[in-house]
Design a protein around this ligand. Structure first.
Ligand code: PEP
Ligand code: MG
Length: 570
């Protein structure tokens, strides 16, 4: 069994077809007539643009305008006068062939993009190499691999897939994609998801292990790949595949339906996101809001902090896309397991108990916190943005952030800049301290969101990433359950909204308990929303009270888990 990165959900079963782009051998040749060579280059450039345009149009009709944007981006790169000018001047000055000049100039740009570190620039480097090869193939008369006419039931294997290769795939014939390179957010992974083809990426060494025609099974939900599996394993995955497709189809009927229990209790099913682009999935799966925007992702994979303007654009984009639905944006939560090298944080002895999240932000008001809060306030004029503070442990922290927000509001007023004056300021309840004084917090905070990932870690004193002690890490531990129940009760008594954005919010065994406790909002990964909605519509909260009482009466985690497992299976 091989394990790569899960890039597009679903099970793919079929025969391996290894797609190898032949390495083009680019020779330096001396030419005599540079004007004629430049004409040759211009011809190839035109043809490449035309080819890309046709691919983009085809993709726009087959998949969608948004997906075609990637190829339209290639056309923009091809028409960049700076790049084409440099190629032409190299041909003229050095008297070299077009293939060689393209190789030099495009590689120089690609390397430059790649060295910038952030993910967007990495993608631009891939795009640059893609267009380089396309132009060279036109010049050299090399046909591209004909991906569009692969036989039915193909699992496509490649070192990496360029966006133009992925775009040419016919989903009727390709049942899965496995690549050695790439990541969950590479363009080819995004396209695989848009085409709804199961995909596993970043699986190094897989090309060595597979021959053309081998039977392959891949699970795009957990990154598993099996090569020539035994009959038993094959049957198991065929079953999983059928179940996946059946469930997917069935869940579609919950799009547009209210998230309401049998006895009429309406809850909000929201989504967790990390980048503005994730909003597409939230809308696709009918999320009723964003319950957690982890803004630290805007700060990762780059060499410098995003400016106030960049942040403003990102927050505004989400607010507009959600069109008045609530968007809870969490202020920077770094430290612990999330490092950002350029922030200059020293290694703490105990990172999870250290200088992180709101503690760090309040210490770095001028260069970090003010710009973020100002960006959030400005973006609040464009939708229903709420601000959420992570890792709060005492009311002083809440008050300090509140005072800062009020100060910034005053500055915006002076400059006549719009914002929502009634913007809500809430907290993540994810520390034992915050849970114990939830009644105090509920008097001042506008809302709560329970972060069970950390609440479990801090309640149980278990590092959430340490395998050796993971047996202690369970939200079903009576201590954690009591904490959750208490937080919800305090919020309800004070009349404020209480949600949950930790992983437990989408756990089928936890949902009945949360409904019984009175949770208002459940926030989870977008693809989990419809399943949660289906469950919620099948319950009656009054019946669930007895179940919750019984679950709360147990003394061990195992008893609670067994009881809840039996309940949901019954
Ligand atoms: C949590 O702690 O439950 C949470 C949602 O935040 P994160 O996983 O980002 O720490
Ligand atoms: Mg947390």
């Amino acid at each position: 069994m091989y394990k790569g990165t899960d890039a597009s959900a679903g099970i793919g079963i079929g025969k391996a077809v290894i797609v190898e782009e032949k390495e083009l051998v680019i020779q330096r040749e001396t030419i005599i007539d540079s004007a004629a060579e430049i004409q040759r280059f211009k011809g190839a450039l035109e043809t490449s643009m035309e080819q890309t345009r046709i691919l983009a149009e085809d993709l726009a009709t087959r998949v969608g305008e948004k997906e075609a944007e990637i190829l339209n981006g290639h056309i923009m790169l091809l028409s960049d006068p700076m790049m084409t000018g440099e190629i032409e001047s190299m041909i003229q000055k050095d008297l070299v062939n077009s293939e060689f000049a393209i190789e030099n100039v495009c590689t120089m740009y690609a390397d430059m993009f790649a060295s910038m570190g952030d993910e967007l620039m990495q993608q631009r480097a891939t795009d640059m190499r893609d267009i380089k090869t396309r132009m060279q193939k036109v010049l050299m008369g090399v046909e591209s691999v004909d991906i569009a006419s692969l036989p039915e039931g193909t699992v496509l294997l490649a070192k990496d897939l360029t966006p133009s290769m992925t775009a040419g795939i016919n989903p009727a014939n390709v049942t899965g994609i496995v690549t050695e390179l790439g990541g969950r957010t590479s363009h080819s992974a995004i396209l695989a998801r848009a085409l709804e083809i199961p995909a596993v990426v970043a699986l190094s060494g897989i090309l060595e292990a597979v021959k053309n025609g081998d039977m392959l099974v891949l699970d795009g939900s957990d990154g598993t790949v099996l090569v020539n599996p035994e009959d038993e394993a094959l049957a198991e995955y065929q079953g999983k595949r059928a179940a996946f497709l059946k469930e997917k189809k069935e869940l579609e009927k919950y799009i547009g339906k209210p998230s309401v229990t049998k006895d009429g209790v309406t809850v909000e099913l929201a989504a967790n996101i990390g980048k503005p682009e994730d909003v597409d999935k939230v809308l696709q799966y009918d999320g009723e809001g964003v319950g957690l925007f982890r803004t630290e992702f805007l700060f990762m994979d780059r060499n410098a902090m995003p400016t106030e303007e960049e942040q403003f654009e990102a927050y505004r984009k989400v607010a507009i896309a959600m069109n008045g639905k609530p968007v809870i944006i969490r202020t920077l939560d770094i430290g612990g397991d999330k490092e950002i090298p350029y922030m200059g944080l020293e290694k703490d002895e105990n990172p999870f108990l250290g200088y992180r999240a709101v503690r760090f932000c309040l210490d770095r008001k001028d260069d970090v916190y003010r710009p973020q809060l100002r960006a959030l306030l400005r973006a609040s004029a464009f939708g229903n943005i709420k601000i959420m503070i992570p890792l709060v442990t005492c009311i002083d922290e809440y008050r300090a952030v509140k005072a800062l927000v009020e100060e910034i509001k005053g500055e915006l007023d002076e400059k006549g800049i719009n914002y929502n004056p009634d913007i809500q300021l809430g907290i993540m309840v994810e520390t034992a301290a915050a849970s114990l004084i939830a009644d105090i917090f509920a008097r001042e905070a506008d809302f709560f969101s329970i972060g069970t990932n950390d609440l479990t870690q801090y309640t149980m004193s278990v590092d959430r990433g340490n395998d050796k002690i993971s047996y202690l890490y369970s939200t079903f531990n009576p201590a954690v359950l009591r904490s959750i129940k208490r937080i919800i009760t305090c919020a309800r008594e004070a009349g404020i909204m209480v949600g949950m954005c930790g992983e437990a919010a989408s756990d089928p065994m936890m949902i009945p308990l949360l409904l019984a406790f009175g949770l208002n909002e459940f926030s989870m990964s977008p693809s989990a929303i419809l399943r949660a909605r289906k469950m919620i519509t099948e319950y009656n909260t009054e019946d669930l009270q007895a179940i919750a009482d019984q679950a709360m009466s147990f003394t061990t985690t195992a008893e609670v888990e067994n009881y809840m497992r039996e309940f949901i299976n019954s």
